[in-house]
Write a protein that binds this ligand. Structure first.
Ligand code: MF3
Ligand code: CO
Length: 297
């Protein structure tokens, strides 16, 4: 009898320990101190999805407007100013500015910066660089969010391959974004696709739900297991955003509290689409076509 109790107590302690460990893992996944304790996935109506689409299209239009300006000798602060003016002129609010103290309208992440690079007069683009531009625009109470990685002049074949693989991985992930699948199906497909090319998947930053909030549940990691995680349903809007490194996956945050860089200082790529699940299927709300049209000119 006593022995049984001892075993039960040990077992309970073991479970508590596991939970603590598990929770710690979850916490490291949370973006930027965004500690969501209760999982709350807000489903959107068709009307709300259309509003999010409008905000996402404003992000895409801003990225398309910037595309031809991503050239050697331009500073990221200059690109940020032009973006902010464009967003405001078009009736949008650049919702990154002031978010948890973030100072700018856009995130400009150069080369080994993975995400959340702060635009600066001192960051001057050079031939061979790659620049990820990520931003949120709020219109009618709903956020849009998308990111694209641009080449500055001529980049190496290896970096070109990283960009191509990361963008393809985004679409491979989107294919899994249908009702009845789980978040882990998206994560697994992205991870497998990139690791097959010997690139590595950033663990500490994840995609997320999108709506009135810039970061809503669920989290959408780029690594994971098939069949695990929250079930996807019609009405969900999620941002899928592979962050893929040429070298190893560990990253660190600089003293500014934002800039996330690869520990081994290899180049990182980042593409992000906001995706709604409508009538069971993925509907991409942001638009890379207009960006790529602008790049051709
Ligand atoms: N789209 C970016 C993200 O989801 C926007 C960041 S704004 C910032 O992380 F303020 F958090 F940098
Ligand atoms: Co984003």
């Amino acid at each position: 009898m006593n022995r049984k109790i001892v075993i039960i107590v040990h077992y309970s302690l073991f479970i508590v320990l596991l939970q603590l460990l598990f929770q710690k893992n979850l916490l490291t996944l949370h973006r930027k101190k965004l500690l969501v304790t209760k999982k709350m996935i807000y489903l959107k109506t068709e009307e709300e999805i259309e509003l999010i689409r409008q905000s996402c299209l404003m992000v895409s239009k801003t990225l398309a407007m910037l595309a031809p300006l991503v050239q050697p000798d331009v500073s990221t602060a200059c690109l940020d100013r032009i973006a902010e003016e464009f967003i405001r002129d078009n009736g949008g609010i650049p919702s990154c500015k002031g978010y948890e103290g973030y100072p700018n309208a856009t995130c400009m992440s150069l080369n080994d910066t993975v995400v959340h690079g702060i635009p600066s007069e001192k960051t001057i683009l050079q031939n061979g660089d790659v620049l990820s531009i990520d931003m949120d625009v709020m219109m009618n109470g709903f956020n849009g969010d998308s990111a694209y990685t641009f080449c500055v002049g001529e980049v190496s074949d290896r970096v070109k391959h990283l960009l191509k693989t990361t963008k393809e991985a985004l679409y491979v992930g989107i294919e899994q974004a249908c009702a009845g699948n789980r978040v882990g199906d998206i994560s697994y497909s992205i991870q497998t696709y990139c690791e097959n090319e010997n690139f590595s998947v950033v663990r500490d930053m994840v995609g997320h739900g999108l709506g009135r909030g810039m970061h809503e549940d669920p989290q959408v990691p780029n690594n994971g297991k098939r069949g695990y995680g929250p079930m996807l349903k019609s009405g969900m809007v999620i941002c899928i955003e592979p962050m893929i490194n040429l070298g190893k996956y560990p990253i660190f945050i600089e003293a500014d509290g934002w800039t996330a860089r690869t520990k081994d200082h290899t180049v990182s790529a980042h593409y992000e689409h906001a995706v709604a699940i409508r009538k069971g299927k993925a509907d991409i709300l942001s638009d890379f076509r207009i960006i790529e049209e602008a790049l051709k000119k």
